[in-house]
Design a binder for this molecule. Structure first.
Ligand SMILES: C[S@@+](CC[C@H](N)C(=O)[O-])C[C@H]1O[C@@H](n2cnc3c(N)ncnc32)[C@H](O)[C@@H]1O
Length: 288
């Protein structure tokens, strides 16, 4: 299919996204164990729903440092294959190194914009995308690319954040950062943002528009459990959260005040045994 030419705004958005993730690649990779534990159940469900099984050829879009790629590689085994793709060259290099370190010879990596993968049509049995599609300025293009790469009958499943009310940590982070930066509140559902695909029904509609059949969304609770709120703030500070871009424009003292208030507000999720931030995720699945 001929891809529409991205607008200058979309090109600039993606260039900034690539830079942010290049800068945050190491931080995301350093948190692989915590991210893996946080998303373990959701990831297993995602792989199941996409039909990731022994011997399958699997496309992993916006794969990051490849934490879920390794899970795919284990599932498909020696006779299977995983192609892990991501926009950020720095994070793809880490995914490659992690696959080699884990001894998986069935993993290949590729730097690629998920909206324009250009893969051989019908060459994969399954496609997954964990916490990536919501960052695409035009997620429909990403879904069309996955649809084209899948063989007829192949399965897809993506994981995304759900709606605002069910992800209060994101609301606290964004609202506190915008207040300290003197910026007006933003539409939490704006394209390319963390919650952009979280409106009920939106993901299903996009999957159907991309041509997928048997489309269904499963809502799951995925609380993020860490030893303390400070660990969560450290995680956010080392990832490519939009909060970093907002607070990056403040001087050191003003930024420190903003981070202190963020930590104070997030402490509402302290528990007797540590910190547990509520998160709700959507697993949307379909079949070509
Ligand atoms: C939150 S991370 C998730 C990484 C990985 N899937 C995981 O769950 O650990 C989001 C990833 O999306 C990637 N990304 C953002 N926009 C993209 C695009 N247009 N095409 C491909 N990857 C993109 C980023 O580079 C980043 O690695």
């Amino acid at each position: 299919m001929m891809q529409p030419t991205p607008s200058p705004e979309q090109q600039a958005f993606k260039a900034a996204m690539r830079t942010q993730w290049d800068q945050s690649a190491q931080g995301w990779n350093d948190h692989a164990a915590q991210i893996g534990a946080w998303l373990a159940c959701g990831t297993e469900a995602m792989l199941e729903m996409a039909g990731v099984e022994p011997g399958a050829r699997v496309l992993d879009v916006a794969a990051g440092a490849g934490e879920q790629t390794l899970r795919v590689a284990e599932r498909v085994g020696r006779t299977g294959f995983v192609l892990a793709t991501d926009l950020s060259p720095a994070i793809v290099a880490l995914a490659q190194a992690n696959a080699v370190h884990a001894g998986h010879h069935n993993v290949r990596t590729q730097v690629a914009d998920g909206e324009s993968l250009g893969l051989t049509p019908a060459s994969f049995d399954a496609a997954v995308c964990r916490l990536g599609l919501m960052f695409f300025p035009n997620p429909l293009l990403g879904l069309l690319e996955m649809h084209s790469a899948l063989r007829p009958g192949g399965g897809v499943c993506t994981m995304m954040f759900s709606r605002l009310e069910r992800n209060p940590c994101i609301t606290i982070l964004m609202s506190t950062a915008l207040k300290h930066a003197g910026l007006a509140p933003r539409d939490p559902y704006q394209a390319g943002g963390l919650l952009s695909l979280g409106r009920p029904g939106l993901a299903d509609a996009l999957f159907q528009q991309a041509g997928f059949n048997e489309v269904a969304t499963t809502v799951i609770d995925a609380p993020f459990t860490l030893p303390s709120v400070h660990h969560y703030v450290e995680f956010i500070r080392s990832s490519a959260s939009p909060v970093l871009q907002i607070l990056g424009r403040l001087d050191e003292q003003a930024a420190a005040a903003a981070w202190a208030e963020i930590e104070e507000r997030l402490a509402v999720f302290n528990t007797a045994s540590g910190w547990q931030g509520p998160n709700e995720l959507l697993l949307t699945a379909g079949r070509r």
